[in-house]
Design a protein around this ligand. Structure first.
Ligand code: BGC
Length: 756
C-alpha cells in the first residue's frame, strides 16, 4: 500500500470514516482505492473472534479458541519465555481467524484488590507488569499480528469507569501507572495502544493530549495507532486533536459528520486528521496479510501449552510437612463444587469460547485412579446453582463423611463468577462464608487438607490458612487448569508461580481503601506511589503472603551476590550488573525466581523501602546451579522529581537486595552512586536550611554572616530553618535585609553549579 498516494487521494469524508471504524471489530474499507478492512478482537488470554453475526450485535460468545490462564495467573509464572510462547499461540489463533490486531494485554496496576478486572491485569508492580506485558506483545507481534496495550491510563477500577476522574499527581503517574506502558512502547512498538474509559485529572483519556501525544508519542516515540476503548470517545474532534486515531466502535451518527464539519469550518486542521489517517493506513498495510491466510491451529498442542502454563502459574502458598505432592497410594476425597464445575476465566469482554475444558475432578480421577477418589460437592456456587433447591447442611454432611473416610482431602474453593467481573468491583475480599464453613467442618475430621483456590483476584485467607497444611493458589488458570491441577497434585510438575500481588491480612491494610472507588465522579489516588507491597513494606505491616512469594516441591539457595556498577548517572548511562548463584538444593526438578529489589537509602521524596527492579526465572535439576545476572539501568535508581519534572538519581547510597520474595532478601549490597546535584535552586524562596545544607550556599552564608549571628546556631535553624530567606529578611530583626538577600543571590550565582 502506497500510504502517501492514498492519503492524497482520500476525500475528507473517507478520512473521517477511516478513523472511525466500520463496526464493532473492523476498520473501514475504501474499495475504490483498494484499502481493505482489517479486524481486531479481544483478547488478553485467548481469541474472542466474533466471526459470526456481527450485525446481530452479539457482544459475548465467539468462535472457539484456546482459553489460556488469565493475566493474574500467567503473571504469577514470572516467566517471560513462557508468556512469549503463549503470545505466539494466541497470534496463531488470530491468524487462523484472520484477525490482524489482538486487543491485549491489559497492564493496568492493581491499585486495589477490589478492582473487578484484576483477573485481566498483571500486577501491583509496574516493573513486573511492564516486563510480562512486553513478553506477551513480543510473542504476538513476532507472528505479524498486532497488539493493543490497554487501558491507557489509570483505569484501576470498574466503578463508574466511563466518567470517573482519576486524580493523580505526576510523580505517581510516572512511577506507578505509566511505566508498564512506557516499557512496552519503547521496547516493542505495539501496533496500537487502547486509551482508557476514565478521565485522568479531569480530562477523558480519549481526549488527553498530554497522555496521548506529549508522553506517548513525543517522549516515548510511539508511532502506532491509539484506539479508543469501546465507547470511550465523547468529543470526536477533541479526540483527533489530542492524538486518538481510531474510534471504536464508531459512533456513526455523530463522529464522522463532526470531523468533516470541523475540517470544513477550519476548527480542525486537515493535517491533524491526516496524521491519524496515515497511522490507520500504516496499520492496515501491516495487518492486511492475514486476510490471505488459510492456516489451521493445532488445538491439542495449544491445550497442552495452556496446561503447562497453568501449572507454571500456580502458587504454592503452604506445604507443611510436605503434604504435597500426593505421592503415596492413599485415598483422596475431592471436595468442592469447583472441582466439578470449573471456574477458569473471568466475565466480560475477555471471555473466550473454549475449544475444550478440563474438569479437575475428571483429571484427578484419571491421574490417581477411580478406586482412590471420592467426590462431594460440599457447597453450591452462588449464582450458578439455585441454592433454594439444595440443602447446605446435606452438602456439608456429605463432605464431612467423605473427608472422614479418606486419607487426604483436596478441597476446591474460590470466588463465584458473579463475584468478580468486568463492569463492577468487589465490595470485600472475602470468600463465600458457606465454603469456609464446609472447609472448617472438613478440617475438623481430617488434618491432611490441601486447599486448591480458584479466584481471579486475591482474597483474604486469614485465619483459616493457619489451620490448613497445604494451599495451592491456581487463579483463573484457563481451559486446561483442571489438568494442570492434577499434574501439580501428583507431582508431575512442581509449582512454579510466585505472587504478582500481595495477599494482605485484611482489606483495610490496603491504603487505597481510603479512596476506593472514590466520591461521585472522582477518585483521589491519595496513597501516591504506595500501592501493593510498597505500602505494606513502608508501613511495616504483616501480610498473609508477600509479593513475590511462592514455594516449590524442591528448595533453592541463592548465594554469592556480586554487584558491579558502571556508566555515569550524569549522562544517563548508570547501570548495575547484579549477579548471584541459584542452586536447587532439594530432590526434584523445579523453577525459582531470583528477585532483585532496589532501595534508595535517603531521598528528598518519600520512596518505598524497596522496589522490584529485576528478576530471572531459572529451571534447575536437583543439585544443579546457575549463575544469573540481572542488569539494572539508570531508571532502577531514579525517581520522578516533582520539582524538576524529570527523572533524577540522587547521589548517595542505595541498597540492592536479592532473594526469593519481597520479604525474604537475604543477600544485599550497598552501592554508592555518584550523581549530579539535584539540590533545590538557591533563590530567595529557598529556606535557610536549604541554604545551609548546600555547600555553595553555606560558603556564601558563612562568609556573609557575622560570627555570632543566630542563623549559625542549630537551635535557631531548627526553629526557623523552614523559612525562606526572603521571609526572614522581611522580619527585619534577623540581621539581614532584602538587599542582603540580593547580595547573597549574586554571590551564590558565582558559586553554585546550576542544578541540571
Ligand atoms: C473493554 C476492552 C475491550 C473492548 C472490546 C471494552 O469494554 O474495556 O478491554 O477490549 O471492550 O471488547
Amino acid at each position: 500500500m502506497d500510504v502517501d498516494r492514498l492519503l492524497s487521494e482520500l476525500t475528507v469524508e473517507e478520512k473521517a470514516a477511516l478513523v472511525s471504524g466500520a463496526d464493532m471489530w473492523h476498520t473501514v474499507a475504501v474499495d475504490r482505492l483498494g484499502i481493505p478492512a482489517i479486524m481486531c478482537s479481544d483478547g488478553p488470554h485467548g481469541m474472542r473472534a466474533q466471526v459470526g453475526d456481527v450485525e446481530a450485535g452479539e457482544m459475548l460468545g465467539a468462535a472457539p479458541a484456546t482459553c489460556f490462564p488469565t493475566a493474574s495467573a500467567i503473571a504469577s509464572s514470572w516467566d517471560r519465555d513462557l508468556i512469549r510462547e503463549v503470545g505466539v499461540a494466541i497470534a496463531d489463533e488470530a491468524r487462523h481467524y484472520r484477525v490482524s490486531v489482538v486487543l491485549g494485554p491489559g497492564v493496568n496496576m492493581k491499585r486495589s484488590p477490589l478492582c473487578g478486572r484484576n483477573f485481566e491485569y498483571v500486577s501491583e508492580d509496574p516493573y513486573l507488569a511492564g516486563e510480562l506485558g512486553l513478553a506477551m506483545v513480543e510473542g504476538i507481534q513476532s507472528r505479524d499480528v498486532g497488539t493493543s496495550v490497554k487501558h491507557y491510563a489509570a483505569n484501576n477500577q470498574e466503578h463508574d469507569r466511563l466518567r470517573v476522574s482519576a486524580e493523580i499527581d505526576e510523580r505517581t503517574l510516572r512511577e506507578i501507572y505509566l511505566p508498564a506502558f512506557e516499557r512496552i512502547v519503547t521496547a516493542a512498538q505495539p501496533w496500537t495502544v487502547m486509551c482508557a474509559y476514565n478521565r485522568v485529572n479531569g480530562t477523558h483519556a480519549s481526549q488527553h493530549e498530554w497522555l496521548l501525544t506529549d508522553v506517548l508519542r513525543d517522549e516515548w516515540g510511539f508511532d502506532g495507532v491509539v484506539v479508543s476503548d469501546w465507547g470511550a470517545v465523547h468529543d470526536r474532534v477533541a479526540a483527533v486533536q489530542a492524538g486518538l486515531d481510531w474510534e471504536m466502535p464508531p459512533d456513526l451518527e455523530r463522529s464522522p459528520p463532526a470531523v468533516v464539519a470541523a475540517v470544513e469550518r477550519g476548527w480542525l486542521d486537515e493535517a491533524v486528521l491526516d496524521r491519524s489517517v496515515r497511522r490507520m493506513l500504516e496499520m492496515v498495510a501491516k495487518g492486511r496479510h492475514v486476510l490471505d491466510l488459510d492456516e489451521d491451529v493445532d488445538v491439542d498442542a495449544h491445550h497442552e501449552l495452556a496446561r503447562r502454563t497453568a501449572a507454571e502459574s500456580a502458587v504454592l502458598l503452604k506445604n507443611d510437612g510436605e503434604l504435597l505432592p500426593l505421592t503415596g497410594d492413599g485415598s483422596l476425597a475431592v471436595i468442592g463444587e469447583f472441582a466439578r464445575t470449573p471456574r477458569f476465566q473471568g466475565s466480560g469482554s475477555s471471555r473466550v469460547t473454549t475449544t475444550k475444558v478440563d474438569v479437575a475432578l475428571d483429571e484427578i480421577t484419571s491421574t490417581f485412579g477411580a478406586d482412590r477418589v471420592t467426590f462431594a460437592a460440599g457447597y453450591v456456587i452462588e449464582g450458578e446453582t439455585d441454592s433454594d433447591d439444595v440443602d447446605a447442611d446435606t452438602l456439608r454432611t456429605e463432605a464431612v463423611r467423605a473427608a472422614a473416610s479418606a486419607d487426604t482431602v483436596v478441597f476446591f474453593m474460590g470466588l463465584p463468577d458473579s463475584w468478580e467481573s468486568e463492569g463492577f468491583d468487589r465490595e470485600h475480599m472475602d470468600l463465600p462464608p458457606h465454603q469456609l464453613d464446609t472447609l472448617a467442618a472438613v478440617r475438623a475430621v481430617n488434618d491432611r487438607v490441601v486447599v486448591v483456590m480458584v479466584n481471579g483476584a486475591t482474597v483474604i485467607v486469614e485465619p483459616w490458612c493457619d489451620l490448613i497444611p497445604a494451599i495451592l493458589e491456581c487463579w483463573l488458570g484457563g481451559q486446561a487448569a483442571g489438568g494442570a491441577i492434577a499434574d501439580l497434585l501428583s507431582g508431575d510438575v512442581s509449582p512454579g508461580g510466585r505472587l504478582a500481588e500481595t495477599m494482605p491480612v485484611r482489606l483495610n491494610d490496603v491504603p487505597s481503601t481510603l479512596n476506593f472507588p472514590g466520591d461521585p465522579g472522582v477518585v483521589r489516588y491519595g496513597e501516591g506511589v504506595f500501592i501493593g507491597y510498597r505500602a505494606h513494606d513502608h508501613l511495616d505491616q504483616r501480610v498473609s503472603f508477600p509479593f513475590g512469594f511462592g514455594l516449590s516441591y524442591t528448595t533453592f539457595d541463592i548465594t554469592d551476590l556480586d554487584v558491579a556498577l558502571s556508566g555515569a548517572a550524569a549522562d544517563g548511562t548508570l547501570t548495575a550488573a547484579v549477579s548471584a548463584t541459584v542452586t536447587n538444593t532439594g530432590g526434584r526438578r523445579g523453577s525459582h525466581v531470583v528477585q532483585v529489589y532496589v532501595g534508595d537509602d535517603e531521598a528528598e521524596v518519600a520512596r518505598p523501602p524497596r522496589e522490584l527492579k529485576g528478576f530471572a526465572k531459572v529451571h534447575l535439576d536437583p543439585g544443579a546451579s546457575e549463575r544469573v545476572t540481572v542488569e539494572l539501568d539508570q531508571r532502577a535508581f531514579s525517581f520522578w522529581s516533582p520539582r524538576h519534572r524529570r527523572w533524577v538519581v540522587e547521589a548517595g547510597s542505595f541498597t540492592i537486595s536479592v532473594g526469593s520474595h519481597s520479604r525474604d532478601l537475604p543477600l544485599s549490597a550497598t552501592v554508592d552512586v555518584d550523581a549530579p546535584s539535584v539540590r533545590p535552586p538557591l533563590d530567595a524562596m529557598a529556606t535557610l536550611t536549604e541554604w545551609a545544607d548546600d555547600p555553595a550556599g553555606w560558603a556564601v552564608l558563612d562568609a556573609f554572616l557575622p560570627e555570632r549571628h543566630p542563623a549559625r546556631s542549630k537551635r535557631f535553624r531548627s526553629l526557623l530553618g523552614s523559612m525562606p530567606i526572603d521571609t526572614l529578611a522581611g522580619f527585619g530583626s534577623f540581621g539581614f535585609t532584602h538587599a542582603d538577600v540580593d547580595t547573597l543571590l549574586e554571590r551564590v550565582r558565582e558559586h553554585h553549579p546550576t542544578a541540571p
